[in-house]
Design a protein around this ligand. Structure first.
Ligand code: BGC
Length: 757
C-alpha cells in the first residue's frame, strides 16, 4: 500500500491545512469543496488569485452536450459527451488595499490555515499577509452552502488592519464569464441573457447553449466597519458578464471590516412559474436581514440532523475516524434525495472530469448508503431516476440493434441518453444493466417495499432481461450460452469474451425478473395485466430465459479452483502487483494502453465484485480461493476497488488486510493515493468506504427477514457505533471488543442474528 502524504492535520471532525503551498492550491480546492446536493463549489479563494487554480462552481443537473470528437466514428456512438458545467461565480470579492490588489500569489503570506468543520458544515480560512506596499492584514473567511435553503450560500469576509491605517476598496461581484477546463470545439457554454441590479441585490440571468438551462446567479451584500453598517456605492455593471458592488472605506490600525455576502443559483423549473428575479428577491428579502451567526446556527442544526443518523463513531483511531466522516460529509453534500432528477456524479460538485452525473456507481455503491441513512423516499428517488429514463434506455438498445423492448441503460448519463463515447465503455461495459437490476433487489430486501416492483421496477427488470436474452448467444462449441465482446468492471481489458461477472449478473437478472413476474401474476393480477399490456409481455419469453439460465457459460479453472475473469485469463503472465516498480504506478499514467491490456493487472474488483454482490451463492472456501487468486493482481487504480476487497477480507477474517484497504479507500483523497486529487474528489467511492465499515467491520448482511452482524473490528478500534434504517426502523449498533449492542430505536419485527446465533 502506498501512502503519499500526511498533509492534513488529523482530527476527528475537521480537515485542517496549516500552510500555504502554491503548488497545492488545486489539491486543497478539491478537499475543501462544499455543497448541498443542489449546488456546490470547489474551495476557490473569494479574492482575486493569479496563481494556479481550478475555478469550479456547479449546479446539480446542469450540463452541456459537447459534440463528440473522435477519429473514427462508430455507428451507435452518442452525438455528445455531457460536460458537467462550470457555473457563474457568485463568491468573488475583489479587494484593493491602498490601491494594491489583495492576491495571495503576490503578497507575503505569513500564516495560513484553512479548515473544513464537517460537524457544522462550514469552511473557514485564516490568512495573515503583508502586501507589497507594506500593509499587514489578517483575513478571516467563513463560508457555507445552506443545507436548509437550496439556493443559498453565505460568506463572512473579515479584514483586520494589523500595522497601519489603510484605505480599502472591497468589491463583491458575480461573474458569468465562465469557461470549462475542457471543451471539444471551443464552444461557449453559457449565453448571458440579462443583468439586473436593484438597490438590494444584483443578478445575472444566463442560459446554457443547446440545453437551455436557465439560471439566475444572484448576490446581496452588507458591510460593517467595527459593527457599524457602511453604505455601499451604487451597484455597477462592470462588463457584459459582471456586476459588482463597491464599498470604499478608510480603516484604522487594529480595526475590523466585515463583509457579509449571500448568493447562489436559482435554476428555472417547469413546475415553478415565478420568474427567477422574483425568486432571488424572495431569498434576499428573507435572508439578508439575518446576522451571519444566525444563518450559521441554522446550518449547524441542519447538519446535526444529518449526523444524528449518519455518523459513524470510531474510538481509538483518529485517522480512520476523520476519514469516514470526510466520506459521509461529502456524500451528504453531493446528494440530498430531494429531487428525483438529480443523481450522484463521480466527482460530485468538486470537479469536471468524467462528465455526466450517473454511472453504475450509483446503483452498485451509493444506493446502500442513502438507503440505510435516509428516509425511504431518498433511495426510491434513485430508483425512479432510472425508471423515468427507461424509454431512452430502450431507444439506446435499439440503436445498437436490439429490439422488442430490450433496454441498455447508459454507462454515463445526464438525462437518460448515453453521453460517453469511448467504444469500450459505451458499447462494452454492459454490466451496468446488471447493477441497475441488482439495486431494485437490494432496495426491496432492505425496505420491504415490494410495491416499487409491481408499480415501476418490473418494467425496468423486464427490459433489462430482454436485453440480456438477446445479448447472450449460443456457442455450439461450448454447448452453452456465452456473452462475447464485453468490458467487465476491470477496464484494463477490453473486448473480452465471457467476462464471468457479466455472465453471472446477466443470468441472475433473468432468474430474479422471472420470479418477480410470477409473483406479480399470482398476487397482483391487476398490476400484471397493466404491465403485460404496457410491455407487450409474452409468457413464451421465459422459454429462452430458462434455456439460458440452465446453460450459462461461467468460465472456471479446475486446476486453480477459481472462476476465470474471462476466457483466456490464464494465458496471461501471472505476475503479482507487488512486483511492479513504484514508478510504474498508477499504470494508467505510465504504461501504453496496449501494455495494460496484455498484462494480468486488474484495475478494480471484477470476479470479486460478483462475490460481493452474490455472497449467499458461494461458500467461504470459494470466496477464499478466489480472493487469494485475484487480490495479488489487483492494483485498485479505480477508487471503487479497495472498499470491495476490504469487505471481502473482513468476511474472510483477514482483518489486517481489511483495515489497510479501508484506509486506502477512506483516505484515498485525503492522502491522494491515486495522484489525481487536483481534478476533484472521488465521491461515489466514498459510499464504498462506508460499506467497508458497515458490511465489513460490522459484518452486516440482510437475507429474507433476518439481519446478520459479525463483529470484525480492527485491533486498533476500541469501539464502533453507527445507526442504520432497516425496514423503516432505526437500528443503533455499538460494537467493541467486549460487547455487541443492537438497539431498535423504533419497533421492528426483523430478527437479528449475531455471529450465526
Ligand atoms: C471505473 C468505473 C467507474 C468510473 C466512474 C472508472 O475509473 O473504472 O467503474 O464507473 O470510474 O467512477
Amino acid at each position: 500500500m502506498k501512502k503519499t502524504n500526511n498533509y492534513f492535520v488529523v482530527d476527528p471532525w475537521k480537515i485542517v491545512e496549516t500552510k500555504f503551498d502554491k503548488n497545492r492550491v488545486k489539491y486543497s480546492e478539491s478537499i475543501f469543496s462544499i455543497g448541498n446536493g443542489y449546488m456546490g463549489q470547489r474551495a476557490n479563494f473569494e479574492e482575486d488569485y493569479s496563481g494556479d487554480t481550478f475555478q469550479g462552481s456547479y449546479i446539480g443537473g446542469v450540463y452541456y452536450p459537447d459534440k463528440t470528437k473522435v477519429g473514427w466514428w462508430k455507428i451507435g456512438y452518442p452525438e455528445y459527451f455531457a460536460k458537467v458545467l462550470n457555473a457563474p461565480n457568485w463568491i468573488g470579492v475583489s479587494i484593493k488595499v491602498n490601491e494594491e490588489s489583495l492576491d495571495l500569489n503576490k503578497c507575503n503570506v505569513k500564516n495560513f490555515q484553512r479548515e473544513l468543520d464537517m460537524q457544522k458544515g462550514v469552511y473557514k480560512r485564516k490568512v495573515q499577509l503583508i502586501l507589497k506596499n507594506g500593509i499587514e492584514l489578517s483575513v478571516e473567511v467563513t463560508r457555507f452552502i445552506s443545507l436548509n435553503e437550496n439556493s443559498l450560500g453565505a460568506i463572512e469576509y473579515k479584514i483586520l488592519a494589523i500595522n497601519n491605517n489603510c484605505q480599502i476598496l472591497i468589491e463583491p461581484y458575480i461573474d458569468s464569464n465562465i469557461i470549462n477546463e475542457d471543451s471539444n470545439w471551443d464552444d461557449s457554454f453559457w449565453k448571458i441573457e440579462s443583468l439586473k441590479k436593484t438597490k438590494l441585490f444584483s443578478a445575472i440571468i444566463s442560459k446554457t447553449n443547446k440545453t437551455k438551462f436557465e439560471v439566475c446567479t444572484y448576490m446581496a451584500n452588507k458591510l460593517f466597519y467595527e459593527k457599524k453598517a457602511v453604505d455601499p456605492l451604487p451597484i455597477s455593471i462592470k462588463s457584459k458578464s459582471k456586476i459588482s458592488q463597491s464599498f470604499k472605506i478608510n480603516i484604522k490600525k487594529g480595526k475590523i471590516l466585515t463583509l457579509n455576502k449571500i448568493g447562489g443559483y436559482i435554476k428555472a423549473k417547469e413546475n415553478i412559474s415565478k420568474n427567477l428575479i422574483d425568486q432571488a428577491k424572495e431569498i434576499v428579502d428573507k435572508y439578508l436581514k439575518f446576522d451571519f451567526d444566525d444563518l450559521l446556527k441554522i446550518q449547524i442544526e441542519s447538519w446535526k440532523k444529518i449526523w444524528d443518523v449518519s455518523d459513524v463513531k470510531i474510538d481509538g483511531d483518529v485517522n480512520a475516524q476523520q476519514a469516514i466522516r470526510f466520506n459521509i460529509f461529502h456524500l451528504n453534500q453531493t446528494y440530498s434525495g430531494k429531487d428525483p432528477e438529480l443523481n450522484i456524479g463521480p466527482k460530485g460538485f468538486t470537479g469536471e472530469k468524467y462528465g455526466g452525473s450517473t454511472y453504475w456507481d450509483t446503483e452498485a455503491f451509493c444506493l446502500p448508503f442513502y438507503m440505510l441513512t435516509k428516509k425511504q423516499s431518498v433511495s426510491k428517488n434513485l430508483l425512479k431516476y432510472r425508471y423515468f429514463q427507461l424509454d431512452k434506455a430502450i431507444e439506446n438498445a435499439k440503436k445498437l440493434g436490439f429490439d422488442k423492448g430490450a433496454a441498455l441503460f447508459p454507462m454515463v448519463t445526464m438525462n437518460g441518453e448515453e453521453c460517453h463515447n469511448e467504444w469500450e465503455i459505451t458499447f462494452e461495459e454492459i454490466h451496468r444493466n446488471g447493477a441497475i437490476a441488482y439495486a431494485i433487489y437490494n432496495y426491496v430486501r432492505f425496505t420491504n417495499d415490494f410495491n416499487y416492483i409491481n408499480e415501476m421496477g418490473i418494467e425496468v427488470l423486464i427490459a433489462i432481461s430482454r436485453f440480456w436474452a438477446q445479448r447472450f448467444s449460443f456457442s455450439n462449441d461450448k454447448n452453452k450460452y456465452v456473452i462475447l465482446g464485453v468490458t467487465g468492471p476491470n477496464e484494463y481489458e477490453n473486448n473480452v469474451n465471457n467476462n464471468w461477472y457479466t455472465n453471472y449478473i446477466a443470468r441472475w437478472c433473468l432468474i430474479f425478473t422471472k420470479k418477480q413476474i410470477i409473483k406479480i401474476q399470482n398476487f397482483y393480477p391487476n398490476d400484471f395485466s397493466r404491465i403485460a399490456k404496457k410491455t407487450n409481455w409474452n409468457l413464451n419469453e421465459f422459454k429462452l430465459w430458462d434455456k439460458i439460465i440452465k446453460n450459462t457459460y461461467l468460465p472456471y479453472s479446475n486446476e486453480k479452483e477459481v472462476f476465470l475473469q474471462q476466457d483466456g485469463f490464464l494465458d496471461k503472465e501471472l505476475i503479482k502487483a507487488n512486483k511492479l516498480k513504484l514508478t510504474d504506478r498508477p499504470i494508467n499514467q505510465n504504461w501504453s494502453w496496449d501494455r495494460i491490456l496484455r498484462s494480468v493487472f486488474i484495475k478494480q474488483a471484477d470476479v470479486l465484485q460478483g462475490f460481493y454482490f452474490f455472497s449467499e451463492d458461494f461458500s467461504l472456501d470459494e470466496l477464499k480461493k478466489n480472493y487469494e487468486f485475484y487480490e495479488p493482481f489487483t492494483l485498485h487504480e479505480s477508487s471503487l476497488s479497495p472498499s470491495i476487497h476490504s469487505i471481502l477480507s473482513s468476511r474472510l477474517g483477514l482483518i489486517d488486510d481489511a483495515y489497510h484497504l479501508y484506509l486506502q479507500t477512506s483516505r484515498l483523497d485525503l492522502d491522494d493515493y491515486n495522484q489525481e486529487l487536483d481534478e476533484g474528489l472521488h465521491i461515489t467511492s466514498m459510499a464504498g468506504t462506508w460499506l467497508a465499515i458497515i458490511e465489513g467491520f460490522a459484518g452486516m448482511k440482510i437475507n429474507d427477514d433476518t439481519i446478520h452482524f459479525k463483529n470484525n473490528l480492527p485491533d486498533k478500534w476500541k469501539s464502533l457505533s453507527f445507526k442504520i434504517y432497516v425496514r423503516g426502523s432505526l437500528l443503533q449498533i455499538n460494537l467493541s471488543k467486549i460487547h455487541n449492542n443492537y438497539i431498535w430505536e423504533d419497533k421492528s419485527t426483523l430478527k437479528i442474528i449475531i455471529k450465526g446465533k
